[in-house]
Design a protein around this ligand. Sequence first.
Ligand SMILES: C[S@@+](CC[C@H](N)C(=O)[O-])C[C@H]1O[C@@H](n2cnc3c(N)ncnc32)[C@H](O)[C@@H]1O
Length: 350
Amino acid sequence: MAVHRNTFGEGLTAEGEGQTVSDTVEAIDALPPAPTPSPLVEEVRTGLQKMPKRLSSQFFYDAEGSRIFQEIMHAPEYYLTRSEYEILDTYKADLLSLFSPDSDPFELVELGAGDGLKTKVLLSYFNERKVDFTYAPVDISADALDGLVDDVHQQWPGLKLTPQHNDYFDALEQLSRASDVRRVVLFLGSNIGNFTPNEAVDFYQQLHDRLQPGDLVLTGFDLQKHPAIIHAAYNDRQGLTKAFNLNLLRRINSELDANFDLAAFDHYEVYNPETGEARSYLVSQKAQTVQIAALNMTVPFEYGEIIHTEISRKFTQAQINQLAYATGFTVVGSFTDSKGYFADVVFAKR
Ligand SMILES: C[S@@+](CC[C@H](N)C(=O)[O-])C[C@H]1O[C@@H](n2cnc3c(N)ncnc32)[C@H](O)[C@@H]1O
């Protein structure tokens, strides 16, 4: 007799004729132990029950995901990193004047720092100029954060560094702690694009509630442009974005003992210039059933069924100004690259 959780792991059902209570108890005892609760466990358990199915892009970044993302940043189609690098390099002196007009010390808190490729332009410049600051990178990916911390220690051994392996939103709580120096929060790389409009407003409101008047937030916004340029950025010819999305299934296989057949899923991207949203999907290439042993979960897929994995929103300058205004900030600096593809915008808390 097979005893199993129902399709989505909720409750137990028993199959077979003439079963007894003791049969059932014995079979329950044979179930694997419940998995330790974790954000990934919660996401998989709930996200794969939704219609349409979804898994958040924040789970892309295990060691392999962070490695693939580094390759994406160098892909010819992925203009975002080059554009933002150019902005930070061109305007680093202007940014320093905004961050520390009187050469006062400050704390540079970076949410979702990743490998810090572009932030290092600022770290290097501030270090050369003997600026008094502390760098506080936050990332949910321990692999990305460890790599960044090693690099910073190696390149600038004297730099004051307070890394935090944490979720952005939990890290925001810590900003409520009193600070005797100005806080400058970095949110680079179009991370803001992963939020829905309501989530973005909520994010800046939370920042506003925790920062002091005069504290700053520097955000990297990807701007609306020819839709073909945006579409290509998430459809690179080398297949890196596809591998990045599929890696999420590989991660679930390895961490939750699942049996996703990666060859049976494809990647599909769509950019809607009316909403400014690029959306990434994994597509089941056949009718199939996936077992996630650690969750006692069986997930059926129809042919062509999708898992929504990422939203990447693109902004107009007017939307950025409106976001600042609506959440209690004033725009005090706005810098774009030479192609006008990307903007790094500094908000000050009113
Ligand atoms: C698109 S990468 C950008 C990295 C870097 N900011 C840049 O501009 O190159 C996103 C980074 O944010 C981190 N991240 C995603 N969701 C997060 C969350 N909820 N809390 C903390 N970090 C998160 C990921 O681990 C990853 O390193």
